[in-house]
Design a protein around this ligand. Structure first.
Ligand SMILES: N[C@@H](CCC(=O)N[C@@H](CS)C(=O)NCC(=O)O)C(=O)O
Length: 231
């Protein structure tokens, strides 16, 4: 059975959605990142990058959410274009990488600088907020004229989108985000209406993760700050 190391953050949640869409058995293993569990030797042997998600699929250990989505899609022949030479497959790779290297990191850094960075932070916050808006704007524009991000069917690219799209008003600190980006909302609602998304909501209730952002959590999540203390 697949083992799935996760917490409730956007990247693990996309993988949870895929596992639920496939309807395959898996064992969810919570990793409480605010308690620093991602830095333990056993976990780092699975993912040297010390982050969730990770899966162990019959002895094949794979980390990084979009890589996991592609692995599972290829293995099961579902939710992905299977012709490696097709335009749809090329577009799948392009949009998966765009989400992995742009949407996710800029969204994450926008949240970090808005909620956790010390002053002065205006320059950094402006950069990441601007880039987060720019990336979400690109997806919104693409979705203005198409139902799904790639091809004519729901795919792993939409699942990769969903992980972060659920957080857009928070990421952008913008209560009007859905008015500004209605096409994002339309796709988010379509995925939220799927039974697999409802099953992910059930998974979210199965384990309670540490909520406090106290000193222990800050040390685990923002190890870079220890360097500042030594200066
Ligand atoms: N590129 C990785 C990023 C994974 C990542 O940033 N995971 C976060 C949760 S969404 C995490 O484990 N954070 C804990 C930490 O940074 O210590 C992926 O897509 O899986």
């Amino acid at each position: 059975m697949i083992k799935f190391w996760y917490n409730l953050a956007p990247n693990p949640m996309k993988v949870a959605l895929m596992l639920e869409e496939l309807g395959i058995a898996y064992e969810p293993v919570p990793v409480d990142t605010r308690k620093g569990e991602q830095h333990g030797a056993a976990f780092k042997a699975l993912n040297p990058n010390a982050k969730v998600p990770v899966i162990d699929d019959a002895g094949t250990v794979i980390f990084d959410s979009n890589a996991i989505l592609l692995w599972l899609a290829d293995k099961h022949g579902r939710f992905v274009a299977r012709d490696l030479a097709s335009t749809e497959r090329a577009e799948t790779l392009a949009w998966l990488m765009f989400i992995a290297s742009g949407v996710g990191p800029y969204s994450g850094q926008a949240v970090h600088f808005r909620t956790a960075a010390p002053e002065p932070k205006e320059y950094a916050l402006n950069r990441y907020d601007f880039e987060a808006h720019r990336h979400w704007g690109i997806l919104n524009e693409r979705l203005a004229s198409r139902t799904w991000l790639v091809g004519n069917e729901y795919s792993i690219v939409d699942m990769a989108f969903w992980g972060w799209a659920r957080m857009v008003p928070f990421v952008l600190d913008d209560k009007e985000a859905w008015t500004r980006y209605p096409h994002l909302k339309r796709l988010l609602d379509a995925i939220n209406a799927r039974p697999a998304a409802a099953r992910v909501e059930e998974l979210r209730k199965r384990h309670s993760f540490k909520a406090d952002m106290d000193d222990e959590a800050r040390r685990a999540m923002f190890p870079q700050n220890e360097r500042l203390k030594k200066q």
